[in-house]
Write a protein that binds this ligand. Structure first.
Ligand code: SF4
Ligand code: SF4
Length: 412
C-alpha cells in the first residue's frame, strides 16, 4: 500500500482500477498511484474503459489529478459560476456539411455544392481538449455524417479515448454501413417525418422510408441490442399525420420516438438569410389549423397512453403541449414556451468547417482550425457570451426548438 497519507485517505473510499488502459495499474483520486508502476509522467489523459463508465478519468502527467465523480461535478458547478468551461460532457460534431435528403424545412442540402468536412487531423487535434474536459458523449450530426469517408476513423479515435458515439442520421445509408455501425457506434437516432408517403414527400427522396426501415432491420439483425431511436419534427406538412408517425416508429422497430417543432427563425441549418414570413409560413402551422393541432395532441395522449407510460414516446404529455404553445406563440396567443437549457455550459457544436458554436443557434465562438477548442471555448469573448446570456430574454433562446439541459449530477 502506498504510504502517502492522502492516497490512504482517498483510498479508503475506494480505489479505481482501469481495465481498459492497463489492467495492473491502480490509481486514486489524486493522481497518485500504487502498484507495479513507474510514476505517471508519461501518461496522456485517457478516460476509463467500457464497463467503468461514470466513475473516473485518468489524467496526465505531472501529477494532474484524475477526475473523480465528485470532482467532475465540482468542475461542472465551477463552470456555471465562472463561465469558464472546465468540463464539456457533450460535443456535437458535424463531420460533413452535405446531406442525402432534401427536406422541405431545411436548407442544409441546398449548400451541398459548398462541401465542407472535418478531417482526421481535425478530430485528432480535438482529442487532447476533449479528454482534458472529460467529454463522454460525441454526437455526430450533419448534414449526413456517414457521407464523410473518415466517419468510422473518427469513431475509432474518439471511442479509443472512451467516448460514446451517438449518430444522428437520415437513415438512407444505414444498410450499407451496418457492419461497421454496430461495431463503432453506441446509439443511432434517425429522422422520421411520417408514414412512408409523408416521409418520402417531406424528405424529397422517393423510397427514403423503405431505405430507413431496411437499414434499421439490417442493424437489428446484427446487433439487436443497439439503441435506435427516432426524432420527428412536427410542422404544417405532417402534424395531421402525427398518430401515423408513432405507428410507423413502432413498425420500423425503433426503441423510442421524440418530437420537436420546426425552427423557422434562426440562422441554423445553413440559412445565410433569415427566412421571410412567406417562407416561414410554408412550415409554420396556420393560425386557423391550431385547434386541429390541439385536438390531435389530445387524441395522441389518449390513444398512446401506454406509449407515454413506457417512454416509447420520449416526452411526457406536458412537453407535447409545448409544441402547441410554440406554434400558437407565433400568432401572439401565448408566450413561447419556457425552457431550461445549459447547452453553452455543457456542450459545444463543431461544424464541418471547424466553426465552434455554443449551441446550434448562437453565433460562432471560434474555429478549431485557427485555435484549440479550449481556446475557442475559454477566450474572453466566449466567457463574456456565457456570462451575459439571459435565456429568458434572448430572442434566439426564446424561439429555440432544440435545447439541452444536463443536470449537474447527471451520470457521466
Ligand atoms: S433536415 Fe436533416 S435530413 Fe433533412 S436535409 Fe436537413 S440535414 Fe438533411
Ligand atoms: S435555449 Fe437554444 S438557443 Fe438558447 S442556449 Fe439553449 S440551445 Fe442555444
Amino acid at each position: 500500500m502506498n504510504s502517502n497519507p492522502l492516497v490512504r485517505r482517498i483510498g479508503s473510499t475506494g480505489f479505481h482500477r482501469c481495465r481498459n488502459y492497463a489492467p495492473s495499474r491502480v490509481f486514486d483520486g489524486t493522481g497518485q498511484y500504487e502498484g507495479r508502476l513507474p510514476p505517471p509522467v508519461a501518461f496522456s489523459p485517457f478516460p476509463g474503459g467500457k464497463g467503468n463508465e461514470g466513475l473516473y478519468y485518468h489524467v496526465s502527467a505531472g501529477g494532474m489529478p484524475r477526475i473523480t465523480q465528485i470532482a467532475y461535478a465540482w468542475k461542472r458547478y465551477r463552470t456555471t459560476v465562472t463561465h469558464r468551461i472546465a468540463t464539456l460532457p457533450i460535443v456535437i460534431l458535424m463531420p460533413h456539411s452535405a446531406c442525402n435528403c432534401r427536406c422541405v424545412m431545411c436548407d442544409i442540402w441546398k449548400g451541398n455544392h459548398h462541401l465542407q468536412q472535418l478531417t482526421e487531423a481535425d478530430v485528432s487535434g480535438l482529442l487532447h481538449t476533449l479528454v482534458q474536459l472529460g467529454t463522454r458523449q460525441v454526437v455526430m450530426s450533419g448534414g449526413e455524417a456517414l457521407l464523410n469517408r473518415n466517419f468510422f476513423r473518427f469513431c475509432e479515435i474518439l471511442r479509443g479515448a472512451g467516448m460514446k458515439i451517438s449518430l444522428l442520421s437520415t437513415g438512407l445509408a444505414l444498410k450499407r454501413n451496418a457492419d461497421r455501425l454496430v461495431q463503432l457506434v453506441d446509439e443511432i437516432i434517425v429522422s422520421l417525418d411520417g408514414d412512408g408517403p409523408v416521409h418520402d414527400a417531406i424528405r424529397n427522396i422517393p423510397g427514403a422510408y423503405r431505405q430507413l426501415v431496411e437499414g434499421i432491420q439490417q442493424i437489428r439483425s446484427l446487433a439487436p441490442q443497439l439503441h435506435i431511436t427516432g426524432r420527428s419534427v412536427i410542422h404544417r406538412l405532417n402534424f395531421r399525420h402525427w398518430p401515423a408517425i408513432i405507428r410507423s416508429a413502432q413498425e420500423a422497430g425503433l426503441d423510442q420516438i421524440s418530437f420537436l417543432p420546426a425552427d423557422v427563425s434562426s440562422h441554423a441549418f445553413n440559412r445565410a438569410q433569415l427566412w421571410d414570413a412567406a417562407r416561414q409560413h410554408e412550415i409554420l402551422i396556420d393560425r386557423e389549423a391550431l385547434p386541429a393541432l390541439k385536438a390531435i395532441i389530445e387524441q395522441i395522449k389518449v390513444e398512446f397512453r401506454q406509449e407515454f407510460q413506457s417512454h416509447f414516446i420520449a416526452e411526457p404529455p406536458e412537453k407535447i403541449d409545448k409544441l402547441y404553445a410554440y406554434y400558437a406563440a407565433f400568432y401572439g396567443l401565448n408566450p413561447f414556451p419556457w425552457k431550461k437549457c445549459n447547452a453553452p455550459w455543457v456542450s459545444a457544436v463543431i461544424e464541418a468547417d471547424g466553426t465552434v458554436r455554443p449551441c446550434f443557434f448562437h453565433e460562432a465562438l471560434g474555429n478549431i482550425r485557427q485555435e484549440s477548442l479550449e481556446e475557442a471555448l475559454n477566450k474572453q469573448s466566449s466567457i463574456q457570451f456565457r456570462k451575459q446570456l439571459d435565456m429568458a430574454t434572448n430572442p434566439t433562446c426564446e424561439r429555440c426548438v432544440c435545447y439541452l439541459n444536463l443536470p449537474l449530477l447527471a451520470p457521466r
